[in-house]
Design a protein around this ligand. Structure first.
Ligand SMILES: O=C(O)CCC(=O)C(=O)O
Ligand SMILES: [Fe+2]
Length: 317
């Protein structure tokens, strides 16, 4: 559905710290916050510059991904998780180019070491340190953005509860180049189901994001940039004040694309419910309160996969 756009570009927000930008009292913060709000209303997504993750760490991180995916399959299969799509995923006939692994609580020492030890019997301190340090540094950006969102919606009194209601999953992805003249599907179009996703990738193109009008915008990777995207859980919590965009991966050529997504995800048992302040006559409540993990369970059923919007099918009012 929709055509490919040559002109439309993703909004761009610059969080690099010159001056006082990241001080919530400053006028720069207020202006950045307005840009974030507008981008998320219109696109549910933007390109971000953020210097909280140093360049050499980004490069090391991309190297670690390659090393990880180069492991034999039987080792990668040791990456298991109780939650669907949180452990090793790959070898799917529908998306043969795609492989992914996940680390729940990637900012926590034990969780990262646990994975490293299961893959490398001697452990792998540099790998663990890279993953942890990348996640710790990037989650600052997740928190800045969520603070800006809550402030711009006038519901910052819920900030602490909101930030405490999530964990971080780091999911890493590999997409082989198709080695064919045609472009091939790398990952099906979907909306993310979580709160906020922050993507980083190597210099191989493939990410496409759909506008509200149905146009597909392809993202031109830059080593400087992250992609920030809203997931369905935040869309529901904000009672649809922000957009949650469809996106997909389309691969061409011979090169391998590596990407890393930091996902803030509501904890199991936490009930996602739009604050009363965001519900009024003009904005009736659109989604019944729900638990993210149960929603995810539904999403991976046949019915959930078939639905045009799994969120609406699951808890639409
Ligand atoms: O590989 C990417 O950049 C995006 C992957 C993605 O959309 C996802 O994991 O939800
Ligand atoms: Fe996604």
């Amino acid at each position: 559905m929709g055509s490919m756009s040559q002109e439309t570009k993703l909004p761009f927000v610059d969080f690099s710290k010159e001056g006082d930008k990241l001080n919530p009292e400053s006028p720069e913060w207020v202006s950045l916050r307005a840009q974030v709000r507008l981008a998320l209303e219109d696109f549910g997504c933007f390109e971000a510059r953020f210097d909280g993750v140093p360049m050499d760490l980004r490069n090391t991180m991309m190297g670690s991904l390659q090393e990880l995916f180069d492991l034999p399959l039987e080792m990668k299969l040791r990456n298991v998780s109780r939650k669907p799509f949180h452990g090793y995923v790959g070898q799917y006939p529908q998306v043969p180019l795609f492989e992914s692994m996940g680390i729940d609580d990637a900012d926590l020492h034990e969780k990262v070491d646990e994975l490293a030890n299961s893959l490398w019997p001697q452990g792998h301190p540099t790998f663990s340190k890279t993953i942890r340090s990348y996640s710790e540094k990037l989650l600052k950006l997740d928190q800045i953005i969520r603070r800006m969102i809550l402030e711009s919606l006038g519901v910052e009194k819920y900030l602490e509860e909101h930030l405490n209601s999530t964990n971080y999953l780091l999911r890493v992805m590999k997409y082989k180049g198709p080695h064919t003249p045609e472009t091939k599907l790398g990952l099906n179009a979907h909306t993310d189901k979580n709160i906020v996703t922050i993507l980083y990738q190597n210099q191989v193109e493939g990410l496409e994001i759909q506008t509200k009008d149905g146009e597909w915008i392809s993202f031109k990777p830059s080593p400087e940039s992250f992609i920030v995207m809203i997931g369905d859980s935040l869309y529901a919590w904000a009672n649809a004040r922000l957009h949650s965009p469809n996106h997909r991966i389309m691969m061409s050529g011979n090169e391998t694309r590596y990407s890393a997504g930091l996902f803030s995800i509501p904890k199991a048992g936490y009930i996602i419910k739009a604050p009363d302040e965001l519900v009024d006559e003009e904005h009736p409540l659109l989604f019944k309160p729900f638990d993210h993990v149960q929603f995810l369970g539904f999403y991976y059923t046949e019915e959930g996969q078939r639905a045009e919007s799994a969120l609406k099918a699951y808890c639409g009012v």
